[in-house]
Design a protein around this ligand. Structure first.
Ligand SMILES: [Zn+2]
Length: 408
């Protein structure tokens, strides 16, 4: 793909495509068509995801309406209670949650939600956006099944400017009313096989869905274009290992596509020897990284290899918050490549994630390096990476997947 063809994909996919939506399916079919244009036959694999349609959601603070979006899948009803801003998560601060509608900073993470339940909160308010931006956008958040486990509280998301105004006014009461219809829909993985000489398979992944305000150009049409270009390369170059390409749906909703892939292909996982994941490459600004959820030797291999081919890289051993994680959790060594932009030059999960933050030459540079690395792996007589997950990574996976809580 030349720069023009590459950038046309971003123009074609400049729309919001949340997991399970018709727009996400449209993008899956588009990627399938792009494969077809390369003479490659990709399949759509559906999997079920929860969806909700919000009829109405309101927040009143001291009797005054505040613009909000109701949490998807948090149920319907009304809750009215004193308002409490949880600024710290020590047990004293948490003890004041009882019977309150609790405002928290940042995301509604798994353990924060468990704390809200444990300490008797009756509803919650989160906020996002940025008080210094000119917009008043509000992301459409979801109370994830793996977070609530059947114990649901009504919650709304508001803009950071509203959150500041509420706390600054000294408000003391809140009322949340939500009416929503909840059901299930299909999200899709787009799967492409390019068989090699042996059954042992390297799986390339990149998610193509976006969050509710975002065109997801940087996060992650860049990675989707990346693995498309890698597929194009290997379609006409020899490779010993079999190659599989998976454009994952619903990554932004908790890695649901990669999890569904691993569950639906359980019998084939033994044959998968490596996962190469691309999530956010080609930004104008930022540094190139490789995050290896594998034995540490792969980190050193990549550091050596980057020097050999003349590319700066920061490689580390860690869990990456992307589709590589379900593969790693199934014992498959995984490496995620990304070019990470400082957040004041490119942000994600908001309306600023457009093709304006990426650069065709940088995408090509990143793809070139990943192809060079993948070529070594794909043609290895014996894959150098051990197919094991070391204990320190198993431990990090337990923390990331909230099976265990960090004591700190
Ligand atoms: Zn992403």
């Amino acid at each position: 793909m030349d720069n023009k063809q590459l950038m046309s994909i971003f123009t074609d996919t400049a729309y919001v495509r949340t997991g399970g939506s018709p727009q996400e399916l449209k993008c899956a079919q588009y990627l399938q068509q792009k494969c077809k244009e390369l003479g490659l036959n990709a399949q759509l694999e559906p999997f079920k995801v929860p969806v909700a349609y919000i009829n109405s959601a309101t927040l009143e603070v001291d009797g005054k309406a505040v613009e909000c979006k109701g949490y998807l899948c948090c149920g319907s009803g009304t809750v009215e209670a004193p308002l409490y801003y949880l600024t710290n998560t020590d047990s004293y601060s948490l003890s004041l949650c009882k019977g309150k509608i609790v405002m928290i900073d940042t995301y509604l993470r798994h353990w924060v939600y468990q704390d809200l339940l444990k300490y008797g909160a009756v509803g919650f308010i989160t906020y996002d956006g940025n008080a210094n931006y000119s917009d008043c956008d509000i992301d459409h958040r979801e109370l994830r099944k793996q977070v609530h486990n059947g114990n649901r509280l009504l919650g709304v998301n508001i803009n950071a400017k509203s959150a500041i105004a509420i706390i600054n006014s000294g408000a003391t009461t809140a009322k949340i009313t939500i009416d929503q219809v909840e059901s299930e829909a299909d999200s899709h993985n787009v799967v492409l096989d390019i068989p090699g000489e042996i059954d042992q398979t390297i799986v390339f992944t990149a998610h193509y869905d976006s969050t509710s305000l975002s065109q997801g150009a940087y996060d992650n049409m860049t990675g989707s274009v990346g693995i498309l270009a890698i597929a194009e390369y290997f379609a006409s170059h020899p490779h010993r290992h079999s190659l599989r390409f998976v454009w994952c749906g619903s990554e932004e909703r908790g890695l649901l596509g990669a999890k569904a892939y691993c569950a639906d292909h359980k019998d084939e996982l033994d044959n998968i020897v490596l996962n190469i994941n691309l999530d956010m490459i080609g930004s104008i600004m930022g540094n190139f990284i490789a995050c290896c959820t594998s034995e540490e030797k792969l980190v050193h291999y990549i550091q050596y290899f980057a020097k050999e081919v003349g590319r700066g890289i920061t490689a580390r051993q860690d869990v990456y918050s992307s589709d590589s994680t379900p593969f790693a959790d199934n014992g498959i060594p995984a490496v995620s490549f990304a070019r990470l932009a400082p957040s004041n030059t490119a942000t994600i999960h908001n309306s600023y994630d457009t093709m304006a933050v990426i650069k065709a030459e940088h995408i090509q540079q990143d793809i070139d390096f990943i192809i060079a690395f993948a070529n070594r792996m794909a043609n290895a007589v014996m894959l150098p990476v051990e197919r094991t997950m070391p204990d320190n990574m198993k431990d990090k996976l337990d923390l990331y997947l909230c099976r265990r809580r960090d004591k700190r």
